[in-house]
Design a protein around this ligand. Structure first.
Ligand SMILES: CNc1nc2cc(C(=O)NN)ccc2[nH]1
Ligand SMILES: [Zn+2]
Length: 370
């Protein structure tokens, strides 16, 4: 099943409180989704993800289509079984990855021919192929196959791409046979052009999807443009369906997205920077390899109550990174994910108690945002 319940709209912004109900459980919104591109949120076992409060994780059709391939996932009984994760999963359709990972691709009305970024072999993705793969994966929320236009891109290019994405969305919806158990979202594109965003949103809404993503943002555009396009676009998205902003995930971007009416977001950022030793704290980001932490026996973040901050020191975690011990990236990942998941819990609380903007401003001041 798939259901979205809107509980509350903030008085001081477009922020909303809601809940998504799926076959694999419930998701309180606004929500941040950790990214598990190749059927793993890097360095995290499923139980560890549950312990830090992950309610849903994301995986990528493009990567799983290449490796291990649909046959093995089918034999495993689907992605939940394959990766031992029994809560909700959202999969992206492969549109974004094809355009950002593989080169010498050829886009036709039919779909996209491309070379695998792994072994250069010829591959083909289309709305039908992508939906079929996501049906095999068995994810609770699946995405339409689309083109995420590059930035910058001409009006003419974006217009043609957005229109094709609409035709692809229709084809995918007609092909999808398992809509009672897998909710297919339409993806609104249109680049940084408001009129194209409006057309894309209206046409997608007319196709009556159970939820909608805003794609094609956080692709290098200035933050102000992203916020303006997002604020404009959410006004054309139905109130009673989830709104998912793709590829967004630092604290400020999450606050700005929630303020503009977004319910769901995903980003590789917190896990990717963790593996490099960049740690998100209430007082800004810190790079734990820095020698200044050599004898700093305080926790990563004084105000964090995660497993890592309760049991390990900056000096120890710096040591792990300094000698390339694999526990370093693991501890930094647990903390960064917990930080964002807990921040989203606080955001939900602030909407519930009508102090979202106050919470945002307090957070920004402490973090050192302008
Ligand atoms: C990190 N930035 C970022 N932008 C994204 C856009 C899309 C999209 O339009 N998918 N159809 C997906 C992932 C993204 N990640
Ligand atoms: Zn912590």
């Amino acid at each position: 099943m798939f259901k979205f319940e809107l509980y509350k709209k903030a008085k001081d912004s477009k922020a909303r409180l809601g809940k998504i109900i799926t076959d694999h459980g419930e998701i309180e919104t606004p929500i941040f989704m950790p990214v598990g591109t190749r059927a793993t949120v890097k360095t995290m076992a499923s139980e560890e993800l549950k312990k830090i409060g992950a309610q849903i994780i994301l995986s990528n059709t493009y990567h799983l289509f290449l490796r291990p391939g649909s046959e093995i996932i089918k034999k495993a009984g689907g992605l939940h079984k394959f990766m031992h994760w029994d809560k909700p999963i959202l999969t992206d359709s492969g549109g974004f990855q094809v355009f950002s990972l593989s080169d010498n691709r050829k886009i036709t009305e039919e779909g996209v021919e491309f070379r695998s970024h792994i072994d250069g072999s010829k591959k083909f993705l289309s709305p039908e192929v992508s939906i079929e793969m996501q049906n095999i994966l068995g994810s609770d929320i699946i995405m339409s196959f689309d083109e995420c236009a590059p930035y910058p891109a001409s009006y003419d290019y974006v217009e043609k791409s957005m229109q094709r994405t609409l035709r692809w969305a229709k084809r995918g919806k007609d092909f999808h046979k398992n809509s009672d158990h897998q909710a297919l979202f339409g993806i609104i594109q249109g680049g940084m052009y408001k009129d194209l965003r409006k057309i894309s949103a209206k046409e997608m809404v007319d196709m009556d999807f159970p939820g909608y993503s805003v794609g094609g943002l956080s692709v290098g555009e200035p933050k102000e443009i992203m916020n303006e396009i997002l604020d404009y676009t959410t006004d054309f998205m139905p109130e009673n369906k989830p709104r998912y902003l793709m590829g967004v995930g630092s604290p400020d971007y999450l606050f700005e997205a929630v303020e503009r009416g977004i319910d769901m977001a995903d980003c590789v950022l917190p896990t990717r920077i963790a593996r490099n030793g960049s740690v998100i704290t209430h007082r800004g980001k810190l790079v734990i390899r820095n020698a200044k932490y050599k004898e700093d026996f305080s926790p990563l973040d004084q105000e964090c109550d995660c497993y890592v901050c309760r049991n390990y020191t900056r000096a120890y975690i710096r040591h792990l990174f300094n000698v390339d011990e694999i526990l370093g990236p693991r501890l930094a990942t647990i903390h960064n994910l917990y930080f964002l998941l807990n921040m989203m819990e606080n955001i939900r609380e602030s909407i519930r108690g009508d102090y979202f903007l106050e919470y945002k401003n307090d957070f920004y001041k402490k973090y050192g945002y302008n």
